[in-house]
Design a protein around this ligand. Structure first.
Ligand SMILES: Cc1ncc(COP(=O)(O)O)c(C=O)c1O
Length: 443
């Protein structure tokens, strides 16, 4: 006999209490945070926790320089400013990412240009990259989406051929590797986020890395008002030599990130084990397409994405409607599940309405005055649109959650897929799947 779905009044398969929250706070976090409180030093350009975090992250990455920032978004803008991006320049990024990969270009008065994604990896499709390059292109921002490395060999080859700066957006991919090398080490510079959800958490914050002495110097100026610092005394000169912002990190987030860094690799290993189990088991259910990881990549599963395919499930239903129905049924079974990005980034109002700078159409107007057109019609990004129609995020794969929770998640999927027709009956119900934000240490 078929089990009654929770959406029809049956017993849910999971409770909120079955999920454990992220991040895991250890004695290392307490030790470093206590050091801050005991020292009385809470901020500053040469503050000890921020400096130590920079040294430790540079060592972890095997890179020459690291600057910690108040957010990943700030680190992205610092990278563009250091690369000399300004009005009229174009910055290329992926159509499926977080807004900041594109809005950082607008913050530098430059114009974001989007490239559609690969249908298997959901990363920027390198075969479509060259067609997006113009004589105005300055920077490419490949994003290692949800912890999976972008196709860096192909991207770097094209970038070098066109003499373009590459700023890796590794906000979601701490510790991920491509052909055995860590992401963030391929381009001219890279950014990581320390936001609470991320694999390396400081609450909020960011990390900027580069091997280039000139780039780190410029990025450092941008980080703190453009203000020069005396090399001997380390005192600020209160002379802004370029335009800068206030993008420094603080001691408490830096201390927390240091404690978390000690456990990054073991926590990533748990994410990978959880993800591999889900992929193996859910992949057996017709209609579920688990995430793909190319054999030469280490995916660190910041998020676990999967797609639904009604044809493979043997159901006659429009793909978007099918995803919505299954998502609702799973949510009612107690799963922490739901979409992250709901539309490709160029489809967001900011790009459609161009209201960023007070309705003036700036910075697009800089080039449109010369007859150059920008087209953010979402039809130009069919793969990103297909993904947004059909994917969902299965939350809770972070440690300390482990095999016991994963098994129950799989059982809930099996129950819903054994009752597909009953699930489809609720496609139009007003239910809004999503995760409890406390799952990721946020309120
Ligand atoms: C791909 C990507 N880039 C950039 C950022 C920006 O990072 P932050 O939130 O630390 O500013 C995020 C954060 O979610 C992200 O996911």
């Amino acid at each position: 006999m078929k089990e009654k779905l929770a959406i029809d009044g049956g017993k849910p398969m999971l409770k909120r209490a079955d999920y454990k929250n992220w991040p895991i706070i250890t004695s290392d976090d307490r030790k470093y945070v206590k050091e801050v409180l005991d020292s009385g030093i809470v901020c500053g350009g040469t503050a000890p926790q921020a400096k130590a975090l920079e040294t430790e992250w540079a060592k972890y990455m095997g890179m020459k320089h690291c600057l910690t920032t108040c957010s990943g978004t700030a680190a992205l803008q610092m990278g563009l400013a250091a690369a000399g991006v300004g009005p009229g320049d174009e910055v290329i990024t992926s159509a499926f990412t977080f807004l900041a990969s594109a809005s950082c270009a607008l913050h530098q008065n430059a114009i974001p240009v989007f490239v559609d994604i690969d249908p298997r990896t959901y990363n920027l499709d390198a075969t479509k990259l060259e067609a997006a390059i113009t004589k105005r292109t300055k920077v490419i921002i490949p994003v290692h989406i949800q912890g999976l490395p972008a196709d860096m060999d192909a991207i770097m080859k094209i970038a070098r051929r066109h003499k373009l700066f590459v700023l890796e957006d590794a906000a979601q991919a701490h510790g991920a590797t491509y052909k055995g090398k860590k992401v963030g080490t391929f381009g001219d510079a890279a950014e990581f986020s320390l936001n609470a959800l991320k694999n390396l958490c400081g609450g909020e914050g960011g990390l900027f890395v580069t091997n280039n002495d000139d780039i780190v110097k410029k990025a450092g100026l941008v980080r703190c008002f453009g203000d020069e610092v005396d090399e001997v005394s380390h005192r600020r000169k209160y002379n802004a030599s370029i335009l800068g912002y206030m993008y420094r990190n603080q001691e408490l987030p830096a201390a927390l990130a240091r404690g978390q860094l000690k456990h990054l690799d073991s926590n990533n290993a748990r994410r990978i084990a959880n993800a591999n189990y889900l992929t193996k088991e859910l992949g057996k259910i017709p209609g579920i397409i688990p995430p793909y990881c190319p054999p030469d990549c280490k995916h660190v599963y910041f998020m676990y994405n999967l797609r639904f395919d009604p044809v493979a499930a043997g159901v006659k239903c429009e793909p978007r409607r099918f995803r919505i129905a299954i998502e609702k049924a799973l949510y009612k079974e107690g799963l922490q599940i739901g979409q992250w990005q709901t539309v490709p980034v160029p489809a967001q109002d900011l790009f459609q309405s161009r209201l960023g700078y007070g309705g003036t159409g700036y910075p697009w107007t800089v080039n449109e005055a010369k007859g150059i057109k920008y087209n953010y019609d979402v039809k130009r990004f069919p793969v990103a649109q297909m993904l947004c129609d059909t994917y969902t995020v299965v939350h809770g794969i972070h440690p300390p959650n482990g095999a016991a929770l994963m098994k129950r998640i799989v059982a809930a999927f099996r129950k819903v897929f054994a009752n597909i027709d009953a699930s489809l009956a609720h496609a139009d119900d007003e239910i809004y799947p999503g995760m409890d934000s406390k799952l990721y240490g946020a309120s």
